[in-house]
Design a protein around this ligand. Sequence first.
Ligand code: URA
Length: 201
Amino acid sequence: QRGLAAKATDLEALKGAVAGCEACALCETRTQTVFSDGTSSSGVMFIGEAPGAEEDAQGVPFVGRAGQFLTRIIEKGMGVDRSEVYIANVLKCRPPDNRDPKVEEKALCAAWLDRQIELVNPRVIVALGRHAAVHLTGKDQSMGRLRGQVHRVAGRPIVPTYHPSYLIRQEGSSSFVRTKKLVWEDIQLAMREADLDPEPK
Ligand code: URA
């Protein structure tokens, strides 16, 4: 995949190469690959874990329940349209039954994501959830330790924060408000990196 990824000179070409990927067994169970949504006009790129059922069906990342939550964070919180941020995942194919991505799946898919990041060239990356955060920072730590700061990997700013699914699971519990506040702090940190005005609307 590294060679094929390097040959893709734009995102359309890379998306086409990803669509034909058979590097791991997930190609046998996927409906289709899930490459991206949006643009990087705001300079912000969100990276989640892997497509779920809804994403696999539609071919678009973050369109299920977690996606609706993410859309709220982007539109109500950041005050920008969802189409102004770039959204992708570490894995381009859905793991069956939404199980965690395997180490070898992440390793094989990394070439696609690396090239995707290179071509999008965002001002800041928001890593959604521990899988994306550990993958992107290379630091095998808890989200509690990873979040709240800007990690620079090869000069690229990475801001880890809790996954929207984690927030949804906490809804109705006493920790929900606290976690939501922490996510908003992280988003504000990312916005400052992208030179966006993080004043709450
Ligand atoms: N969760 C993710 O991490 N990515 C998606 O695209 C959907 C849900």
